[in-house]
Design a protein around this ligand. Structure first.
Ligand code: ADP
Ligand code: MG
Length: 482
């Protein structure tokens, strides 16, 4: 087995130099995140590791190679297998009336004579993985809405490359500790802009803008800004930012086309960096705004249906060979095997045979599992020993709203996390995300674009179960391939 070298061992004085260099590089190059309680002129370096974290090269390549197949799979779910998806969402809506149910209701309301006003949908996806004991990538989840860190990921790779090239990873300040080909830099900051630009160009040849829907108190603004900057610099496309709250005041619709009121710029793409969790729809006005956007000709990134296809229940069903063969009948053997190799077991908690088995497992061997509800954005899962008590408090009829997933046990690595000036030396575990962009017609299934779009590494101290960077448990990282 290939062994990764440990991160360089440095004297305290040298670590202090490294901290200074990393902080100043971050502030100087936009590897930044607003601190808690910020105002617009606050500055803060994003939480980041001192060193890139070891990641097996073949596992990394598998995640990249499988991305377009995952994109295709989800495109298939929302287009060719739409009636299958609609039935699943109908069932889920009964379990989760307040969110899945409401969003699905909006989808149905948005249809005109049974079809979407804009059948073309733009997917900006991220498939998340951990590496298991056999050095294979195993999927955590497939995200279909508001995927983040594509902007900062490029920056953190550049930061680690800078530290390496400056000699700061070497105790003599002279040689580079890592070889160039061991430290790739993610292309996501420009690839995600390219994906959005493809939507813009498909919509029309004339000048239009991207409307980015953002959360009111977003701290991870610069991650989004890097995509905006690249959209303008590389593709000449302007972006207007707005919260869901402001949409109906600040835009107008004429003949189903969406315009920014102030400038009367036509919106070609509505890019959601918000709207994925129930807390964001605290008022009926916000649901109304979502429906209002859905009923326009602007291409949604994502459409409501594409967003809903990211349900954990769909992910569970998509690990079944017969379902995959149904959706992607032309997948070749190599691609099929690669796809299947990324799955751990995921069980329903229903009355099926698998479901009966899973219910028993959840009660008798909970340490091997994580229980997941239909929610996005972190902090919702129930882990290990907490599962039996949690389930015991729920009526059995509600268990079907959850999936039971085998836990992946990634190896931990020594690293140093720098977070708001605080240095945390701990064993960390990492999660790789690979991005994909796709433009497709949900009615006909026609795929106009399907691309891989870079990657992201996030790490967290190995003692914590969840790893949200913005939520405060984790940090952005980059890979050292071995
Ligand atoms: P969310 O939609 O809230 O992001 P995830 O499915 O991504 O939900 O789970 C949140 C976090 O929980 C992940 O980032 C990961 O750290 C951890 N996690 C989820 N599933 C597993 C698993 N099967 N094995 C190990 N850790 C997991
Ligand atoms: Mg997640």
């Amino acid at each position: 087995m290939l062994m990764a070298k440990a991160h360089p061992s440095l004297l305290q004085l040298q670590e202090d130099d490294l901290q200074l260099a990393l902080t100043q590089w971050s502030l100087g190059n936009g590897l930044t995140m607003y601190p808690p309680g910020f105002n617009v002129s606050s500055t803060g370096a994003a939480p980041v590791t001192f060193f890139p974290t070891p990641f097996p090269r073949t596992a990394f390549q598998t995640a990249i190679d499988v991305q377009k197949v995952f994109n295709e799979l989800y495109i298939g779910v929302v287009s060719r297998q739409k009636s299958w998806l609609l039935q699943i969402l109908e069932d889920l809506s009964r379990f989760d009336r307040d969110f899945t149910g409401k969003l699905f209701g909006l989808y149905k309301q948005s249809l005109v004579n049974g079809t979407s006003v804009q059948p073309v949908s733009l997917g900006v996806f991220r498939s998340d993985y951990m590496v298991d004991e056999d050095s294979k990538v195993k999927q955590i989840e497939f995200n279909t809405v508001s995927v983040s860190f594509g902007g900062l990921s490029t920056k953190v790779g550049q930061a680690h490359q800078y530290l390496n090239n400056s000699g700061l990873y070497d105790h003599k300040y002279s040689s580079t500790y890592y070889d160039d080909d061991e430290l790739p830099v993610s292309t996501s900051a420009s690839e995600l802009a390219r994906g959005l630009a493809q939507g813009v160009q498909f919509y029309s040849d004339s000048r239009t803008v991207v409307l980015m829907i953002i959360q009111p108190d977003e701290r991870n603004v610069f991650d989004q800004k890097h995509i905006e900057f690249n959209l303008l610099a590389e593709f000449g496309v302007r972006t207007v930012r707005m919260t869901l709250q402001d949409v109906q005041n600040n835009t107008t619709v004429r003949e189903q086309k969406l315009y920014i009121k102030l400038t009367m710029d036509e919106v070609s793409v509505v890019y959601f960096r918000a709207g994925y969790g129930p807390a964001e729809y605290s008022d009926d006005l916000l649901w109304d705004a979502r429906l209002y956007l859905e009923k326009t000709l602007a291409i949604k990134c994502p459409s409501i249906l594409t967003q809903l296809s990211g349900a954990k229940k769909v992910q569970q069903l998509l690990t079944q060979p017969e379902v995959i063969k149904q959706i992607l009948p032309d997948l070749n053997g190599v691609e099929y095997d690669r796809l299947m190799s990324t799955f751990v077991k995921i069980f329903p908690l229903d009355d099926s045979e698998d479901g009966q088995f899973a219910k028993k497992q959840a009660m008798e061997s909970p340490a091997k599992y994580v229980l997941k509800p239909q929610r996005e954005g972190g902090g919702n899962n129930i882990y290990k020993e907490n599962i039996p008590n949690f389930l015991a408090k729920l009526p059995q009829s509600d268990w079907g709203a959850y999936i039971l997933m085998e836990l992946i046990n990634p190896a931990s690595h020594q690293n140093v996390i720098l977070r708001q000036g605080e240095v945390i030396k701990e064993e960390i575990i990492s999660e790789l995300g690979t991005f994909g962009t796709a433009l497709y017609d949900e009615t006909t299934g026609k795929v106009h674009h399907n691309d891989y779009a870079g990657w992201l590494l996030r790490s967290k101290v190995s003692s914590s179960d969840e790893g949200g960077v913005a939520a405060g448990f984790g940090c952005v990282d980059s890979v050292y391939l071995f």
